[in-house]
Every structure is written in structure tokens, then in C-alpha cells.
Design a protein around this ligand. Structure first.
Ligand code: GDP
Ligand code: ZN
Length: 536
């Protein structure tokens, strides 16, 4: 089936749809030369890998591609499709697909693109069929011709998807092919370890070994342990880069009316959810995705997390099921999130004093979350309140002991009202204070958390390219290696000693998962893996 595909030449517009100065048509396959002769009959083929200016003609009806020889030089009555096009020719095999590649950089108007596409001869080429490429087909050919390994194909896909600076950084790391080399190397070593283990079977029968069977076994096991440790590092790196790829989930939690929606709106910088005086407005979860200093994040503004008893007191046992469901979902959302922002607020009591309004359950969630921060909103009320701001300090001291709140959770004082007022002043040219309302320090604290969550030491930066699919395969590989370690650790307790056949089988399976990672090695599995990846 490969040789049949080889004879097909494919082409596609590589630039996006829509109006642009230039459009690039890329052609790959053995008919590139025929296509060139047909579109640019009077000019020499450009020097390989050099750009040349060409006029592109519509092949005259009398000249089909196989009759090119007779008509070259005679193009008086031939229609011009585009002038001053740039044409590049890349002869195989050192090309992006491994095949002959022709690139036409033409003017980007949709009529020009269509005319040139129509002019590409379709089925007349002596060197086989010519057709529009399927999605991902250039990359598929690059893989089949050994120009890219699967890990590189996946990072290519991530690169094309990258929307934020940090996503770009992660994707670029995977493109060198270093990861693929590493996994192939591990696989070779596991297969070697398997061979060594199997050799133990024959040991009693006067084989020559430099080492005793015990030494041989323990060095092999030591080696397997090292691979297990390295796999764990790769899995962790993948979790971190996954945060960059799919975005960091942030949940805002707290009782109704403390200012969750106000804070989210200020951070998002647009009306992402409704701000209202009425308790329980944010009944369901409202989400907004945004790029905060290069990190892709999604904010979830959850319904107030009230205990059911509280709700019943408030609404005199008339809470609807919908609301209960909303609260349940808010709690789950918060627990699934990567970062939890707990919002509390200062409120005035009847006598003009100030109290702190917070939900103990949210403090509990903050303590469970991997990253959390506590925000105390409405500090503008202190300007009017008695006694002084030491009230707030007392609240903070009290808070750090409440609800199992861990030490080290940042506590920030903010005022959404002060921030909004200052934004308005700014809009009419008023004086801007440095960080009015403290919203910038919330963002700073978030970005600090993002960087900690996604950071890898310099020597492991290359691992940012490990994708989730790869991490899953690594994890399966690790499981089988750990079974080997289990099996051998129990061997002394059992009568029959080590089950060598079982150990060898685990090693074979573990190596198989590594083969799936790069798509090389066990041909049987590769097609299935390819399907998954090239669909993307
Ligand atoms: P949510 O229910 O937690 O989402 O709270 P909202 O953002 O809807 O705000 C509830 C009420 O608190 C609204 O009337 C806001 O105007 C008010 N509010 C929000 N932030 C502040 C603040 O910093 N100071 C004062 N005084 N009021 C605020
Ligand atoms: Zn709200």
C-alpha cells in the first residue's frame, strides 16, 4: 500500500483561508517536475532550495501534461494566472515530506488561488495521480519517510495549536526529536535486559558468564529501577506541560455577595459574568478563558458555596433542587481546579461595625487544593469604619487557624470598588494610583503560582514536550517494570524462585509501550497509533 501512495502527488494551500497578500501552495510527490513544467512552461526549473520569480500560466487545453515537450517555448496564446510568483523546488529526500516538494508563493486573492489550484493537472501525469491532500497528509508522509518521529509529529500539532507564549515554549521543546531518541534508547535497553534475564534460564547448563547470576540479576534490576525513576520524572513533566497546553483551571469560591463576580470581571477585564446585589445570582458556573502573561487560564465563577442548612435557614426550606445542584457542582468544580481563590469580604453590621463574612467550607477546600489563595474583599469599608485597620489584622490572625487553613496560603486584601472607581477615573484622564484595590497583586500572586506549578529545572526543560498520550504510554510501561520489581522482590519468599518467563514477558510488554511512543519498532501497533495522531 505504501508504494501505491508513493505514486500519488498531493497538493494543498498551506496558508489559511481568507484574504492575504500571499498564499502558499505546497505540492509533494513524484509529479512535482511535471506540474512545474505545465505551469511554467517557458522557464527553467529553479535551482534547488532557491526562490525564483516566475509567471504562472494556465496550461493550454491542447497540451496535456504528457505532451509538454512539444509545446515548451510556445506560450503566446496561453493565459497568465499570476505574475511575480515565487517558486521553490526541493528535491527528495531531504525535504519536509521526504519526497520532491514544490512550493508556489502566489498572490493571495481567492480567485488567484482557485485559478492556480484548478490549473494543477490532476490525473494526466505520467508519474501517477495528482490530488488535493487529506488533512495531515504532508505530516503523515514525513513520518512514513522517516523525516519525523511520532513525538515530533505531536509537538508539531501542539505548535500549530499554540495560542499563548507558554504553550509555544512547551511545544517547541518537543520538536528536536531528542525525546524520541531517548525512548528508543530505553526500549533497546529493556530488550537487552530481557535477553540477559532469559539467559539466566540456561545458566546451569555450563554457559559462560562473566558475572554470577545473582550479580547479573541485581544489575539488571538496578537498571530497571533507574528507568522507572526516569519515567516518573517524565510523567511529572507531562503533567506540568499539560497545564500549559490545556490551561490552568482557577475557581473562585465564597459565599454570595462577597464580590467573586466583581473580582473575576476585573481580572478578565470584560463582562464575563453578571454582578448583582441579589444573593445567589451566579447560580451555575460561569467560565472565561484568557491569557494571563503567557499562561492560558480558565476562570470559573461558582455559585456561592453554602451548606445546605444555611440555605434552608435563608430561604425558609424552599430551596430548589436546581440551586442545590449548583452548589454541589461548585464544590466539585473547586476541588477539580488547579488553583482555588477563596473570596471573603468585610461587611458592615447594624451598629456600623465591621465583620468578616466567609464560608468555612471554602477554607477547607483551600486547604485541600494544590494551590490556593485567600482574598478579603471590600477593604474600602475600613475607610468609614471604627475601629481602625487593626480589625483586619485580627481577622487574619483568626483566619489562619480556621478550617485547617494551611500556613503559606497567601492572604490578599482587595477592594473591587476602589479598583473599578480608579479604572473609571483613568478613563476620563484622572490620576491613577499604583495598584488601586490590589487587583494587580492578585494577578501577580496567580502568575507566581502558575510559574511554580509549571516550572521545570533547566536540565529538564526539554521534557516540557512530553504529551499526555506519551505520559499514558510511559505509565503503562512503568506499571510492567514495577511488576518485574515486585516479582523479583518476592522471589526469595517463594519456593520456585524467580519466574523468569513472567519477568521476560513484562519486559517485552514494557518495551512495546515505548515502541508505541515513537511509532517505530513494532509495526503491528503503529497503524492504530497513527490513526489517533493524524486525525488531530
Ligand atoms: P458575588 O455574589 O460573590 O459574585 O458578589 P458580586 O461580585 O456580585 O458583588 C456583590 C455586591 O458586592 C455588589 O453589590 C458589589 O457592588 C459589591 N461589591 C463588590 N466588591 C466590593 C468592594 O470592594 N467594596 C464594596 N463596598 N462593595 C463591593
Ligand atoms: Zn457572582
Amino acid at each position: 500500500s505504501l508504494s501505491f501512495e508513493d505514486e500519488e502527488t498531493i497538493y494543498a494551500v498551506s496558508t489559511p483561508k481568507g484574504k492575504a497578500g500571499i498564499a502558499v501552495i505546497r505540492i509533494s510527490g513524484s509529479s512535482c517536475l511535471d506540474i512545474y513544467k505545465s505551469l511554467c512552461p517557458s522557464k527553467q526549473l529553479p535551482k534547488p532550495r532557491y526562490a525564483a520569480v516566475r509567471t504562472i500560466y494556465k496550461p493550454s487545453p491542447s497540451t496535456n501534461i504528457s505532451g509538454i515537450g512539444g509545446s515548451s517555448g510556445d506560450c503566446k496564446d496561453v493565459e497568465i494566472l499570476d505574475t511575480s510568483s515565487l517558486v521553490l523546488y526541493f528535491p527528495s529526500p531531504k525535504t519536509v515530506t521526504g519526497e520532491d516538494v514544490l512550493e508556489l508563493h502566489i498572490h493571495g486573492g481567492s480567485a488567484t488561488v482557485k485559478a492556480v489550484l484548478d490549473a494543477i493537472p490532476k490525473s494526466h501525469s505520467p508519474s501517477g495521480r495528482i490530488r488535493y491532500a487529506d488533512p495531515g497528509e504532508f505530516t503523515r508522509r514525513a513520518f512514513l519517510n522517516g523525516r519525523l518521529d511520532l513525538a515530533q509529529v505531536e509537538s508539531l500539532s501542539d505548535t500549530l495549536d499554540a495560542e499563548t507564549e507558554q504553550q509555544r515554549r512547551a511545544a517547541v521543546r518537543g520538536q528536536s526529536g531528542k525525546l524520541g531518541e531517548k525512548y528508543n534508547h530505553w526500549r533497546d535497553e529493556l530488550l537487552y535486559a530481557r535477553a540477559e534475564i532469559e539467559a539466566l534460564i540456561d545458566f546451569s547448563e555450563d554457559q559462560h558468564f562473566d558475572e554470577s547470576p545473582e550479580d547479573l540479576l541485581s544489575s539488571t534490576l538496578g537498571f530497571i529501577r533507574r528507568i522507572v525513576d526516569m519515567i516518573k520524572i517524565h510523567e511529572e513533566a507531562s503533567r506540568r506541560s499539560e497545564l500549559l497546553r490545556s490551561g490552568i483551571m482557577i475557581a473562585l469560591v465564597g459565599p454570595p455577595n462577597v464580590g467573586k463576580s466583581s473580582l473575576m470581571n476585573l481580572i478578565v477585564g470584560r463582562e464575563a459574568s453578571i454582578v448583582s446585589h441579589e444573593a445567589g445570582t451566579t447560580r451555575d458556573i460561569i467560565e472565561a478563558s484568557l491569557d494571563i502573561r503567557g499562561y492560558l487560564c480558565s476562570f470559573a465563577d461558582t455559585a456561592g458555596l453554602r451548606g445546605e442548612k444555611m440555605v434552608q435557614d435563608e430561604r425558609k426550606k424552599t430551596i430548589g433542587d436546581i440551586e442545590k445542584e449548583g452548589i454541589r457542582r461548585a464544590r466539585r468544580k473547586a476541588l477539580e481546579s488547579d488553583v482555588v481563590i477563596v473570596v471573603a469580604s468585610l461587611e458592615k453590621n447594624d451598629k456600623g461595625g465591621i465583620y468578616l463574612k466567609y464560608d468555612p467550607e471554602t477554607l477547607d477546600i483551600a486547604a485541600k487544593a494544590s494551590k490556593s489563595l485567600l482574598v478579603i474583599n471590600k477593604t474600602d469599608l475600613l475607610d468609614y469604619a471604627l475601629p481602625s485597620s487593626t480589625v483586619l489584622d485580627k481577622f487574619e490572625a483568626g483566619l489562619s487557624t480556621i478550617g485547617g487553613l494551611r500556613k503559606g496560603i497567601p492572604i490578599l486584601q482587595i477592594s473591587c470598588v476602589a479598583a473599578t472607581e480608579s479604572d473609571n477615573l483613568n478613563a476620563i484622564g484622572g490620576k491613577q494610583r499604583k495598584d488601586p484595590g490590589g487587583i494587580n497583586s492578585v494577578v501577580d500572586t496567580l502568575v507566581q503560582a502558575f510559574s511554580q506549578m509549571t516550572n521545570l529545572p533547566a536540565d529538564l526543560q526539554g521534557l516540557l514536550g512530553v504529551t499526555t498520550r506519551q505520559a499514558q504510554l510511559l505509565s503503562e510501561c512503568r506499571t510492567h517494570l514495577e511488576m518485574v520489581l515486585d516479582e523479583t522482590s518476592q522471589m526469595n519468599e517463594r519456593e520456585g524462585g524467580l519466574d523468569i518467563v513472567l519477568v521476560a514477558e513484562h519486559l517485552r510488554i514494557a518495551a512495546g509501550f515505548l515502541a508505541k511512543l515513537t511509532g517505530r519498532g513494532e509495526a503491528g501497533d503503529v497503524e492504530e497509533v497513527l490513526g489517533v495522531i493524524f486525525e488531530k
